[in-house]
Design a protein around this ligand. Structure first.
Ligand SMILES: [Zn+2]
Length: 335
């Protein structure tokens, strides 16, 4: 790991080893966990995106997992991204919760899926022991598992910025209903959110990667059940636009979806079809922006290189529902 170089770090930055291929970047006014992912020999990268999945194989979770294994092999994927709500209904009870094996290790068994899974937390994960999902003990149980609240994954041609979106949502604090959220490390909330936004802003401003993707659990733009999360639309979107982020990728709505922007190249992609889906739960949306919506189970694959990114949406049978590619040179999306 000594050969590690973050391609745009400054001379006075400190990059401290943490666990495995995990580092902590300490720069002026910025402290963010940083992961490194190598690309294929030809400089490309491929991965799958799945969200809202952990139900011990039920609600077609196992069927989606099987198809992920098939597509993952075909594309020789390098990693998997999980958009959160990893364990239903209430996260993990602790590092020894059998749901970790029952909903993760024993479900995603295909050889092609034995790659690092980069996870974020969803609102359901916050109803359990948050520290458990972040604990290196889980990585000892299954070395694929990686989860932090917010972090950067540097994969040379692309940088992924994983953002902890649950603490942004006012409702979980003011109207938690019968749920209890594990806010350890989040309070005082205002400072937590300010620091997170500042770190994201700085990390994005320093990034020289060709592609920038921000991953969070909650929807920002969605024609599905949860629709627009106004806190994120107000606080996060201006930062994404300022730094020319290409894609915001989320779960939370149990569907597959693609929404563009009239006033920028930023696209909002939902991959939340890992198990239980919400058929027929669709609101209206401006047809100029709404490129694709599917109210069933499935997942997304991504293949990218310096010039082009191709996204493919699959259903529970592995059938292609929608695909599109974006060229970096022209920044023109094709249908
Ligand atoms: Zn959710």
């Amino acid at each position: 790991m000594n050969e590690f170089v973050w391609h745009d770090h400054c001379e006075d930055d400190l990059i401290l080893p943490a666990n495995g291929n995990e580092y902590v970047l300490k720069a002026q006014n910025l402290s963010m966990n940083l992961m490194q992912q190598s690309v294929k020999a030809d400089g490309s990268l491929s991965f799958l995106v799945i969200g809202d999945w952990g139900r011990k194989g039920q609600y077609n979770q196992s069927d989606v997992a099987f198809q992920m294994g098939e597509i993952g092999e075909k594309l020789n994927i390098d990693l998997v991204i999980s958009t959160g709500d990893n364990f239903y209904e209430d996260g993990l009870t602790g590092v020894n919760d059998p749901a970790f094996h029952g909903s993760f290790t024993n479900i995603y068994k295909a050889p092609s899926l034995q790659k690092t899974w980069y996870n974020v937390l969803g609102n359901h994960d916050y109803r359990g022991d948050v520290e458990a999902q972040l604990s290196p003990v889980l990585r000892e149980k299954d070395e694929r598992w990686f989860c932090l609240k917010s972090y950067v994954l540097d994969a040379e041609i692309v940088e992924f910025f994983f953002i902890d979106t649950t603490p942004f949502v006012d409702d979980y604090f003011t109207n938690p209903k019968e749920h209890t959220y594990d806010w350890k490390g989040v309070l005082p909330r205002e400072k937590y959110l300010n620091d997170l936004l500042k770190d994201l802003d700085l990390a994005l401003s320093r990034s020289t990667a060709k592609w920038k993707m921000v991953i969070g659990h909650h929807t920002i733009k969605s024609a599905g059940h949860h629709g627009i999360i106004i806190e994120l639309a107000d606080q996060l979107v201006p930062i994404l636009k300022e730094h020319n982020v290409d894609f915001y990728i989320n779960g939370h709505d149990h569907c597959l979806e693609r929404i563009g922007s009239i006033d920028s190249n930023l696209e909002f992609l939902t991959s939340g079809g890992g198990s239980k889906a919400w058929r027929g739960d669709l609101k209206g949306w401006n047809p100029t922006e709404l490129k694709f919506y599917y109210d069933g189970q499935g997942f997304v694959s991504v293949e990218l290189n310096q010039k082009e990114a191709e996204f493919v949406y699959y259903d529970v049978f592995g059938h292609v529902l929608h695909k599109f590619s974006v060229s970096k040179d022209s920044c023109v999306a094709r249908q």
